[in-house]
Design a protein around this ligand. Sequence first.
Ligand SMILES: [Zn+2]
Length: 206
Amino acid sequence: MREQLDTNPTHASSVGRASGFELVREDGSDSGNMARAIERNRAFAAAAGHEGAGVFPGLRLFVVTCLDPRVDPAHFLGLGLGDALVARNVGGRVTPEVIDDVAFIGQIAEGVVPDGPLFEVAVIHHTQCGTGVFADDGFRRRYAERIGAEESSLRERAVLDPAATVTRDVERLRASAAIPARVAASGHVYDVVTGLIETIVPASGG
Ligand SMILES: [Zn+2]
């Protein structure tokens, strides 16, 4: 279907081409990719793909993982619609925002489940993570300037050793007073080459 792609040079920026995002135009709009995704949505709805999904996650899982398109837990964990809550950010890091989100779901779950375990937060870091660029001084400096952040705070965002960073992030979750003690936390590494996930920190608490 390559011939249907928009290759008009007036539409695609040279930077976009160089980075592989050749379908993104200068003004940031795409050239039909969302239209193609919406076609898939129509087929999804027509096949009743949305029916039967509950608001409470069927597997009582809250997955935290990276934005990387290779690291979609619907695929590598076989999650169906309604199976899990999923928070994705750069690196799959346990940021203050992620802690706030887990605390929010924790507070709702406490109101629904009077006692016993509530749910498990599974933090998943992966090999070949793009956050490795945070270890690059030049990149980190430019990005810190761009977002108005402290450069030193960005260095630790790099996932260079996913087993180490996922262990640190699970500790961060467990140490948070905002998260109910009935919420369990576990840490895992997903290998983008083998497709396998390995548990680094087994679930505790909950
Ligand atoms: Zn990543």
